[in-house]
Design a protein around this ligand. Structure first.
Ligand SMILES: [Ca+2]
Ligand SMILES: [Ca+2]
Ligand SMILES: [Ca+2]
Ligand SMILES: [Ca+2]
Length: 593
């Protein structure tokens, strides 16, 4: 009772007996009396409990015995308390009837059960990133470009069941002077590993990384995770380059080797750089004929080659494997279907048509190219496209389902391919999103400005059936917002069917996680997260990203929200010197359903 009062909760209770019953101040209280001879009180520890969470009913009486009625039953001691819980939304009423001989008394209490929110923010869950030089440079008050989180991953780095949160950030002079024409110093990328300690995350980078945090390269949004050295711990690989916004006439500075984190016998991870210097944008892994895991990735500008990188006891060894198809520099995915141990399907964006996809299958040890496929479109014509710095180039305008989109050279394409179990007992399909560059208010012949173009996701699945690459646009019931955001293919509700999760995206007006549950019939339906799905962000930070994982290993998905911008504008607005609370932890409170 004391606890209740200290919480300031309205106490609900009733007393009856006597002529003047005190009905208390809560509107949910009800009281009744049948007799003036017995005094009975009944109260609940919470007036507004969450659905399915416990509360305590407490009662007193001067009777010999009592009986519960209403939303509880059974015989009760004359005075006592009982833990209870209700799955009923709305009001439930608990009544107690107490008797002593022919004397009796009654009391009732009502509680109103609230819907449980899906997510609850844990306040101050991350250390203040302002204190970290790699995120925010206090020595440069005019610096409006703090570290930009480009890639995130959630991996259990120490196999304790709880996932660590990994952020890769662009930082450095190149990034600060984004889109300056000549920058002497290429961008740097650095890393932070956050580990959940109780309910808050701590910076555990030094605990997990063997050397320093600097990759010496920019990384793309894409990463791939696979245990490449077979020690039971996942390793991470990033597509990397030096494309930090400098103009391409900066030449060779734009290229970089691929970067990986590989688990070591000492429990730490080693940052390894491997392969050719390229403008890498794709990264992925497969299993070769000898059942060995390999990593590969591709990028412009040098010629496309079919290299693979395998772990050989102490390092990644790069070799040319001409039997492998050349993987797309944008996005690709290997699959092992029909019970094959090695990869026998490759699905990827085509080189020629940005909306096109192509597939290869391996038959009798030989990779064979299948058909190319794309959404149906009509070519509208050529237009002059003016990019951010005033440069002009020619682009093709396409009409796709009545929408005018930039067809080539507009940063559009098939992105974020991931393996998704559409059906529990079948091979996964490849799910991705076409990032359509939609031209609003298109006027033929008037030219197109980059600012006129709006990104829009169109979800699509690919599968190889009967030696043909098939594609299907994915229907999402209940969704009207197709703004781009990072895509995760994961089973968020543990039913064995993979679901689709889309991050909060580039547009700051998107403040809600988008979660699409697999309806087991090939379609998806948006989860209505209600107000609890809204993720509160600092108004001073322009753009955010979000990442979903079960960080605390309680079976319920959690969300981390972090500052992320595509780099073309300052991330901080107004007078703002602190990034405190810019990274947020939303703990999953109710299982997604
Ligand atoms: Ca862990
Ligand atoms: Ca490993
Ligand atoms: Ca599911
Ligand atoms: Ca959780």
């Amino acid at each position: 009772m004391k606890k209740l009062l200290s919480l300031g909760l309205p106490l609900i209770l009733t007393a009856c007996g006597g002529g003047g019953s005190d009905s208390g101040s809560s509107p949910s209280i009800s009281a009744s009396s049948t007799n003036t001879d017995i005094s009975v009180t009944l109260s609940a520890s919470e007036s507004n409990p969450y659905q399915g969470t416990g509360f305590t009913l407490s009662w007193t009486s001067n009777a010999k015995s009592c009986t519960a009625s209403g939303d509880w039953t059974g015989s009760l001691d004359p005075t006592g308390s009982k833990s209870t819980t209700t799955n009923t939304l709305g009001m439930t009423t608990y009544t107690i009837n107490c008797v002593d001989g022919n004397k009796s008394g009654t009391a009732s209490v009502s509680v109103t059960t609230r819907d449980k929110p899906f997510f609850v923010e844990v306040p101050n869950a991350f250390p203040d990133p302002t204190d970290n030089y790699w995120f925010f440079d206090k020595s440069k008050p005019g610096n409006r470009y703090p570290g930009q989180a480009v890639a995130t991953a959630s991996i259990d780095l120490n196999n304790d069941g709880k996932k660590e949160f990994i952020m890769v950030l662009h930082k450095g002079l190149g990034h600060d002077l984004y889109f300056a024409q000549y920058v002497s110093e290429p961008c740097k990328t650095t890393t932070v590993v956050y580990e959940l300690n109780g309910e808050v995350f701590v910076d555990a980078t030094d605990k997990y990384l063997e050397t320093n945090r600097d990759f010496g390269a920019c990384v793309d949004m894409n990463s791939a995770t696979v245990d490449i050295n077979g020690d039971g711990k996942l390793d991470i690989f990033f597509s990397s380059n030096q494309e930090d916004g400098r103009l391409s006439d900066a030449g060779s500075y734009m290229s970089s080797q691929l970067v990986g984190w590989v688990s070591q016998p000492n429990g730490k991870y080693k940052i390894v750089k491997f392969g050719e210097y390229k403008w890498h944008h794709s990264i992925g892994w497969g299993v070769d004929d000898t059942n060995k895991v390999f990593v590969t990735g591709n990028g412009y500008p040098s010629s496309m080659v079919n290299t693979k990188h395998v772990w050989n006891n102490t390092s990644l060894v790069t070799s040319t494997d001409t039997s492998l198809p050349i993987v797309s520099p944008v996005s690709f995915l290997f699959q092992s279907i029909n019970g094959s141990k090695s990869s026998n399907v490759l699905i990827q964006q085509t080189f020629a048509i940005q909306y096109g996809a192509e597939a290869y299958v391996k038959q009798n040890g030989v990779w064979r190219k299948l058909n190319m496929i794309s959404p149906s479109y009509k070519s509208v014509g050529e237009e002059t496209f003016t990019v951010w710095n005033g440069d002009k180039r020619k682009v093709q305008v396409l009409n796709i389902d009545g929408q005018m989109v930039v067809g080539t050279g507009g940063g559009t394409g098939l992105d974020s391919l991931c393996n998704l179990k559409l059906y529990k007992d079948k091979d996964p399909v490849a799910v991705g999103a076409y990032t359509l560059s939609v031209i609003d208010n298109y006027v033929p012949g008037a030219g197109i400005k980059e600012t006129q173009v709006r990104g829009q996701n169109a979800f699509v699945s690919f599968s190889v059936e009967n030696n043909l690459l098939q594609y299907k646009m994915i229907t999402i019931k209940g969704e009207t917002n197709f703004d781009p955001g990072k895509i995760q293919c994961m089973d968020v509700n543990g039913d064995g069917y993979d679901d689709i999760v889309v991050g909060i995206g580039r547009d700051k007006s998107i403040t809600s996680k988008r979660i699409y549950l697999n309806k087991k019939d090939g379609t998806f339906e948006k989860v209505n997260l209600g107000s609890s799905g809204l993720l509160a962000m600092l108004t001073q930070i322009d753009l955010y990203g979000s990442h979903m994982a079960d960080f605390n290993n309680d079976g319920v998905m959690d969300v981390v929200v972090y500052p992320s911008n595509p780099g073309y504008k300052p991330q901080i607005t107004g007078s703002f010197t602190s990034m405190h609370n810019s990274i947020k932890f939303y703990k999953g409170f109710k299982a997604l359903q």
